[in-house]
Design a protein around this ligand. Structure first.
Ligand code: SF4
Length: 188
């Protein structure tokens, strides 16, 4: 390697003399990194979304290839976050493709120590039975002996991965059922 080529290979030298004084582009590239391609390059489409993890609501670009989510990055068009995501939001691809994601209902019986797998229809029937019974047994009554159509026997605590639309529907459903204790982890 000649002296000239050697000096040209220095990022700081290229940054000082070239068209990239902030070192965010060509000046920061090495021969190897110049050959790298972004992992989103082969995506078929980009869907705009919002990070579900907290109330900041950072904008996300969701990259889709062959019907599968392949990457989630910050959306530079978002006036809230301007392309940035915190470590939690940056890891939200795992929500859709992570190996730890459960695809089956897990149930732990009262006093049980192990999780049991249930099919969805069975779980839905169990929930419906309990909601009906709890409402019937748990209505509150006012001083005049009238039923108030509210019960403290049912509560809802949502996880941070529920999105705005899901939370809206959950709030409507549980309020209609008479519940007043409706919370979501993302408010913490
Ligand atoms: S969890 Fe992080 S990326 Fe997601 S909305 Fe909150 S601050 Fe933004």
């Amino acid at each position: 390697m000649g002296v000239r080529t050697w000096i040209d290979s220095w990022p700081v030298y290229r940054q000082l003399k070239g068209v990239d004084p902030l070192g965010r582009g060509a000046a920061a590239k090495s021969r190897d990194s110049g050959r790298l391609a972004p992992r989103v390059q082969t995506a078929d489409r980009v869907v705009k979304s919002v990070c579900p993890y907290c109330a900041v609501g950072c904008g996300q670009n969701v990259y889709v290839e062959d019907g599968r989510v392949t990457q989630i990055e910050g959306d530079p068009d978002s006036p809230v976050s301007r392309g940035r995501l915190c470590p939690k939001g940056s890891a939200s691809l795992q929500l859709t493709t992570g190996g730890a994601r459960e695809h089956q209902v897990l149930y732990r019986r009262p006093h049980g120590t192990e999780w049991e797998r249930l099919d969805l229809a069975t779980a839905m029937d169990m929930i419906a039975d309990r909601v009906i019974r709890t409402r019937r047994d748990g209505w509150q009554w006012d001083a005049g002996g009238l039923r108030t159509r509210r019960t403290l026997g049912i509560a809802s605590l949502g996880g941070a991965t529920l999105d705005n639309e899901e939370n809206y529907l959950i709030k409507k459903l549980f309020t209609a059922l008479g519940a007043v204790q409706i919370e979501n982890q993302a408010r913490v």
